[in-house]
Design a protein around this ligand. Structure first.
Ligand code: G3H
Ligand code: ZN
Length: 286
């Protein structure tokens, strides 16, 4: 059935586990992730990013409707999340499209501006019944450079600042920078587990790991055991889909029916999600 992100994350947090959140770009991604979650018997979050909305002409409705319709008959709880939103206009469309949650991304702004923008977004979201995740970037940076993206290599979330940020903004969850980086095509990121332990103690909201495609299984398990409750994965699905489509077309150079290569891509996404789900949903390891 269609579920609410806040409920899935809350249930995961209560057992010191995590819920997987997969970025979906096409209908095939949605079908694949729901199939993988059903096979694994795990709840799952389908997330549509602002970039994916832009790809679909700026309208969140059609893909979100496909996700809602796919979630309703599913045998496991499936929630719909709007990811990495920077536009207030898009934020305000979320509730009408079936999303139960939003990640508002003002992490590129200087600290006080991030606080102000996120506080306003959270207040609006709560009024609309939405659960809101935000991200805290590192202010300043070295050598007079501007604020770093929180997931730039080397950037880290500071526990004291994060505690202040959560109190000031009223967010429901926080994306933390502990060593993962978006869009990695190799799985060799090393996480700062000492920092994660400090953040886990300092904060009373669920912690979210972004850029999880580049994090190997053992590091993911440790992160979940250490307090990460939502694990965001996008690039791993893109790698799987693209490789399968490329292989299909290389073998059959005369192929014209998109259903041939899209089915291959969809199958590869199902396999990739099915491989990751047990790792993320597994009993936490301290
Ligand atoms: O919000 C989405 C995730 O952070 C995805 O990151 O594409 O590097 O797995 P990834
Ligand atoms: Zn992300």
């Amino acid at each position: 059935p269609l579920a609410a992100t806040g409920d899935l994350v809350g249930r995961a947090a209560a057992r010191r586990g995590a819920v997987a959140a997969f970025n979906v770009i096409t209908l095939e991604h949605i079908e694949a992730v729901v199939a993988a979650a059903e096979a694994a018997g795990s709840p799952v979050i389908l997330q549509i990013s602002e970039n994916a909305v832009r790809y679909h002409g700026g309208r969140p409705g059609p893909l979100a409707a496909a996700a809602v319709r796919s979630a309703e008959p599913s045998t496991v709880p499936v929630a719909l999340h709007l990811d990495h939103v920077t536009s207030g206009g898009l934020l305000r469309q979320a509730a009408d499209c079936g999303f139960s949650s939003v990640m508002f991304d003002a992490a590129h702004l200087p600290y006080e501006e991030n606080v102000a923008a996120t506080r306003a977004a959270a207040a609006w979201a709560h009024g609309a019944g939405l659960w809101l995740e935000a991200e805290l970037g590192e202010v300043g940076g070295k050598d007079g450079r501007g604020p770093l993206d929180a997931h730039a290599p080397g950037a880290r979330t500071r526990p004291e600042e994060a505690r202040h940020f959560v109190a000031e903004t009223g967010v429901d969850a926080l994306a933390v920078a502990i060593g993962s980086t978006h869009a990695m095509t190799s799985r060799d990121a090393r996480l700062d587990h000492t920092l994660l332990a400090e953040l886990d103690v300092a904060l009373d909201v669920p912690l979210v790991l972004h850029g999880s495609s580049g994090v190997p299984d053992d590091e993911l398990r440790r992160a979940v055991g250490g307090g990460i409750t939502k694990v965001n994965i996008g690039t791993a699905l893109s790698i799987a889909m693209t490789a399968a489509v490329r292989a299909h077309l290389a073998v059959d150079e005369r192929a014209v029916d998109p259903r041939g290569y899209l089915a291959a891509g969809r199958g590869a996404v199902t396999e990739a999600a099915a491989r990751l789900l047990p790792t993320i949903a597994a009993a936490p390891v301290g």
